[in-house]
Design a protein around this ligand. Structure first.
Ligand SMILES: [Ca+2]
Ligand SMILES: [Ca+2]
Length: 392
């Protein structure tokens, strides 16, 4: 039969609508429902004079254990509780948990961004999980003087129906001592296609975790040894300290809208295994600069490419916030490791304690003498020819 029967047609239409709905229903990039905890519980917020009954209710979240909605300015034993954004956040007591169901696309990689601050406990950490993936993030190191930081964690969706869970694994004497969480967002990551003339994936750092446009502290990327589920596609943070993902709205970024600020000296290492041809000469080029965050100089990186390691200092130039640097190497294998860490342990000169460091961006690995290799050397060559022509 050549013509499609009305039944088949309507079935197709039905399938189309269903598949469309599935896309619509999957979590959109950005804040989870009431991810900023600013939606008032029935009866209002406790700090607005609501009864104590409603104090523990957090709209759109499932709570287990001692979870408290806290308000900015609220005190506990003489200490002011820090709310990262807006007026409210939640605090998780010992073993307490908050969770929310989300619809995901099976097999895709997602990154969860959240802000957290410590309260009275000494060894605070936070476990984030979307079963079966889970990671405990250490909140021990305070990277910014504001008293809170934003972190990102990535996972692969194994099911469409998922549950995002935050747990305080702590066991403090005071059961109410525990981390404060705010601004929980999700983003579906895509792996950028590898450019033909550059062996580095996401070398410009343009693909990464969700960043709030108004959040000025950047996003910390804690240890992630699995490059398949990295919040920064292609890259792994192989040290036990975090590196900071920064945006051009709040920091100086060499290219595009995103870059990476290396922190904590050699305790903050990023790396990537790139595909190379053994015995071929390569050049790794990258931008090296400052983030515009009053980071105390000197700034320098240790850049690794195969068996080469070079200590490169950032030389401040009034006309630019970054310079380009190169490392030449000969590939020894079909996979070559490129890596970076900050040579110094830098802090900001204005508050003397927030961690900061050199910025890297636009990392490229090209065959020496290749088309893209001409980029700078070609220019220099052309310039020399011009000079010779003038001299003749
Ligand atoms: Ca909030
Ligand atoms: Ca960039």
């Amino acid at each position: 039969m050549a013509s499609t029967s009305p039944t088949t047609k309507s079935f197709r239409l039905f399938c189309l609508i269903v598949s469309h709905l599935a896309v619509i229903l999957a979590a959109e990039d950005g804040l989870l429902i009431n991810g900023d905890f600013e939606t008032a519980p029935t009866g209002g917020f406790a700090d607005d004079g609501a009864t104590s009954d409603s104090r523990d209710a957090v709209p759109s979240w499932k709570l287990t254990g001692t979870v408290e909605l806290v308000a900015s300015g609220q005190k506990q034993g003489g200490m002011i509780l820090i709310v990262p954004e807006g007026k409210h956040a939640v605090r998780l007591g010992n073993d307490a948990q908050i969770s929310q169901d989300v619809k995901l696309e099976k097999g895709e990689i997602y990154s969860i961004t959240f802000s957290a601050s410590r309260t009275c406990a000494q060894l605070e950490s936070l476990n984030v999980s979307v079963s079966p993936a889970s990671q405990t993030i250490d909140l021990q190191t305070l990277y910014s003087v504001q008293g809170w930081d934003t972190y990102a964690w990535a996972f692969q969706a194994e099911e469409e129906d998922a549950n995002v869970v935050f747990t305080n694994p702590g066991m403090e004497d005071d059961p109410t001592c525990g981390p404060i969480i705010d601004d929980i967002a999700i983003k579906k990551l895509f792996v950028p296609t590898k450019p033909k003339d550059n062996a580095v994936l996401n070398g410009d750092f343009e693909e990464g975790p969700w960043m709030f446009r108004n959040a000025s502290l950047g996003v910390l990327l804690p240890t992630n040894l699995d490059e398949e589920t990295s919040s920064l596609p292609g890259w792994i943070v192989e040290s036990n300290r975090a590196v900071r993902y920064i945006d051009s709205y709040h920091f100086s970024v060499p290219g595009g809208k995103r870059a990476l600020e290396l922190l904590s000296g050699k305790e903050g290492i990023i790396s990537q295994m790139v595909t190379t041809t053994p015995n071929k000469p390569y050049t790794m080029s990258f931008s090296l600069g400052h983030a515009g965050d009053t980071c105390k100089q000197p700034l320098a990186v240790m850049a690794f490419a195969g068996d080469q390691a070079e200590n490169i200092h950032y030389t401040p130039n009034a006309n630019s916030t970054f310079q380009t640097a190169n490392v030449n190497f000969t590939a020894k294998a079909e996979r070559t490791r490129v890596a970076f860490y900050s040579v110094y342990y830098n802090t900001r000169s204005d508050d003397m304690s927030s961690l900061c460091g050199p910025v890297v961006d636009d990392i490229r690995v090209v065959v020496s003498g290749g088309v893209r290799g001409l980029n700078l050397s070609g220019l220099r060559f052309g310039f020399m020819i011009l000079i010779i022509m003038f001299m003749v």
